[in-house]
Structures are given as structure tokens and as C-alpha cells.
Ligand binder design. Structure first.
Ligand code: FES
Ligand code: FES
Length: 167
């Protein structure tokens, strides 16, 4: 008689991956289905990156992969061997806030804060992207990051301020 799935021994698959996260090298053994988001939060205790939809629709999990923004919930960690990840925990340098973090504070762009890490990571990446000058350009470039409490106007002001600061 064929064994029922419940009676089959659990099969444990794991894969090795070497990642640099916020400048620190990590050698990990992961279930190959582990997303970068779960790897950061569950395996590296970096809970600053938030899980909103877990389906690539809200932007709460935005991090930088080799300097470009990605939704961490859509990326499998096992595919990232040798790559560099930056999370919101790694944005400040030498005790100095990143210009986007400082601008978010000054423009009161935090409300509940759930989307904030993702907004900041998107805005920080945007500074080196070919984004146009207008508010509409910024809104378009930030449109993958949803904020349900309506801080958009302040977020826009913060992005404008950060862009002026580096211009
Ligand atoms: S949690 Fe990744 S896009 Fe929503
Ligand atoms: S501040 Fe973004 S969801 Fe509330």
C-alpha cells in the first residue's frame, strides 16, 4: 500500500548561500523556497524590512540589491549567492542618517511607519535613478510603495528635499 503523505518522512532540503547584508558577510543554509524578505527577518533578525502583502504589491519590503531596489518578497534568497543587500538598518553611515532618512524626519513623512522602511529604501534608490524633475515624475517613481494612512504629500516633500540636497 502506498504511504499517505502524512506518513512519509519529512524531506529537508537546504541550499547554501553567501550574502553580504549591510556590509557583513553571511553564510547561510536555507530552504530553497525562502524569500529574501523571510531570510532577512527570520534568519538575520533584520526586522526593519516589513512584510505587507508578501505578493509584490505594496513595496513595504523594498531593499537594495547591488544598489537597485527590489521587492524582497519576490526574490528567492538562494538565487543571491555573492550579491550585496542593503536594508533600512544599513542606510545610515558613521552615525549619520542617510539624507532621505533625515528628510523624512524633517518633513514629518512618518505616520504609522509600516510602509516607511520601504518608502525610504525606494526614495534612496531613486536618487541615483533617471527620474524626472516634476512631482508627477517622483509620484510615478514611488508608485510601487503604498501608504494607507495618506502620508503621500509629506513623503513627496521628503523626496524633493533629499533630491535637492544631493543636486
Ligand atoms: S511585502 Fe513585498 S511588496 Fe508587499
Ligand atoms: S505611514 Fe505608510 S502605511 Fe502608514
Amino acid at each position: 500500500m502506498c504511504p499517505t503523505p502524512a506518513s512519509q518522512p519529512a524531506m529537508f532540503l537546504s541550499t547554501k548561500v553567501g550574502l553580504t547584508v549591510n556590509g557583513a558577510r553571511h553564510e547561510l543554509r536555507l530552504d530553497p523556497r525562502t524569500t529574501l524578505l523571510d531570510c532577512l527577518r527570520e534568519h538575520l533578525a533584520l526586522a526593519g524590512t516589513k512584510k505587507g502583502c508578501d505578493h509584490g504589491q505594496c513595496g513595504a519590503c523594498t531593499v537594495h540589491l547591488d544598489g537597485r531596489r527590489v521587492n524582497a518578497c519576490l526574490v528567492l534568497a538562494a538565487t543571491l549567492d555573492g550579491r550585496e543587500v542593503t536594508t533600512v538598518e544599513g542606510l545610515a553611515r558613521d552615525g549619520q542618517l542617510h539624507p532621505v532618512q533625515a528628510a523624512f524626519l524633517e518633513q514629518d513623512a512618518y505616520q504609522c511607519g509600516y510602509c516607511t522602511a520601504g518608502q525610504i529604501m525606494s526614495a534612496a534608490a531613486l536618487l541615483s535613478e533617471p527620474c524626472g524633475e516634476t512631482d508627477a515624475d517622483i509620484r510615478e517613481a514611488m508608485s510601487g510603495n503604498l501608504c494607507r494612512c495618506g502620508a503621500y504629500q509629506n513623503i513627496l516633500a521628503a523626496v524633493r528635499q533629499a533630491r535637492r540636497g544631493i543636486a
